[in-house]
Design a binder for this molecule. Structure first.
Ligand SMILES: NC(=O)c1ccc[n+]([C@@H]2O[C@H](COP(=O)([O-])OP(=O)(O)OC[C@H]3O[C@@H](n4cnc5c(N)ncnc54)[C@H](O)[C@@H]3O)[C@@H](O)[C@H]2O)c1
Length: 308
């Protein structure tokens, strides 16, 4: 089995490229493609003793025909991923993310390669109840340019599945948990960083009691194994999240490790008034077990900073 992972040096990719060769026994080679736009060079340090090929290139400039001729699966992670920051570079986010997915999906269709592509639970936006994958397009309410582009990418992939592409779309919750290429711009990791450095935790004014979907990185990595082993390339969308938490839940867990945290309430363009829960039942019904733990992963992240 030969796998291509795009965006391989990122938060999720840098964990996946270390775990996957052990999780799936029959992998011959893992090809890693990343343009290093987010400068995660250390993600290539001390990789396990396995056969890797690294290609430093932008997906949009890469000769995918040459790469895919020898590949069985693509896990497409490459994207500009800062949702809150995407208000100031909306065009670049759409150009980069949409084009990358289009290039990858077209090449997978042409070479009959199976594709796992990443979306986000942020496509749900404001909702007033538990939401599932059945939520109609009209009811989806993405709040940022990043999330709006994810929705366009989903539509593109679904349309291509109708033309014969073997793909699956995962709507991931916000990742928590550490990896060598991890980032600290999303809720749980950002709060850990601020708490460790005794910076007041910047909580969006309306968000303290609002529920949002989160995904432990360990569950994320396992979900790829599950999709490949179960051959779930059925053109479906799956919500992949460990659980829904409020900001209060997250801060309570951090406080167990670092007491007396200070909170500063700030405004952000993604803020809205509604709390929403996302259901992960559809993915569980395929036989997947979520085992991640907010408590354990927060503790592990904080313990990385031994000087604190
Ligand atoms: N991290 C989360 O909380 C989260 C939640 C939901 C969905 N996702 C999705 O999961 C995927 C991976 O997320 P992540 O957190 O690992 O992101 P990340 O930002 O840590 O990594 C993305 C990687 O893609 C690379 N990249 C960007 N544009 C590229 C291009 N044109 N060509 C080649 N490489 C390119 C970057 O250099 C980076 O290493 C993304 O699609 C993201 O939208 C992430």
């Amino acid at each position: 089995m030969k796998i291509l992972i795009t965006g391989a040096l990122g938060h999720i990719g840098s964990s996946l490229i270390r775990e996957l060769p052990y999780m799936l026994k029959n992998i011959d080679n893992v090809t890693l493609l990343d343009n290093l736009s987010s400068q995660r060079y250390p993600s290539l340090f001390n990789l396990p003793n396995h056969k890797y090929t690294f290609i430093q290139d932008d997906i949009r400039n890469t000769d995918m025909d040459k790469i895919l001729v020898d590949i069985d699966y693509v896990i497409h992670l490459a994207a500009i991923t800062d949702a809150a920051g995407s208000f100031s570079n909306a065009e670049e986010v759409e150009r980069n993310n949409y084009e990358c997915t289009k290039v990858i999906a077209n090449a997978c269709l042409k070479h009959n390669v199976k594709l796992i592509t990443l979306s986000s639970t942020s496509v749900y936006g404001t909702q007033d109840e538990v939401v599932s994958e059945d939520c109609s397009l009209d009811d989806l309410n993405p709040q940022s340019p990043y999330a709006k582009t994810k929705l366009l990418e989903e539509e593109l992939v679904i349309e291509m599945c109708n033309r014969g592409l073997n793909a699956v779309i995962c709507r991931f919750g916000t990742i928590f948990g550490d990896s060598i290429g991890m980032r600290f711009h999303t809720a749980v990791n950002k709060f850990c960083w601020q708490a460790i450095h005794r910076i007041p935790l910047t909580v969006w004014s309306s968000a303290y009691e609002q529920k949002r979907p989160y995904l432990d990185l360990k569950d994320a990595t396992n979900s790829f194994k599950h999709l490949i082993e179960k051959d779930l390339f059925d053109g479906e969308i799956y919500n992949v999240l460990t659980d829904n938490f409020t900001v209060k839940n997250v801060i309570d867990e951090i406080e167990k490790n670092i007491p007396d945290l200070k909170i500063e309430y700030v405004d952000n363009k993604i803020m809205n008034q509604l709390s929403y829960d996302v259901s992960n039942n559809k993915f569980i019904n395929t036989g997947f077990q979520f085992k991640g733990s907010l408590q354990k992963s927060i503790k592990e992240t904080i313990e990385l900073f031994t000087y604190r």
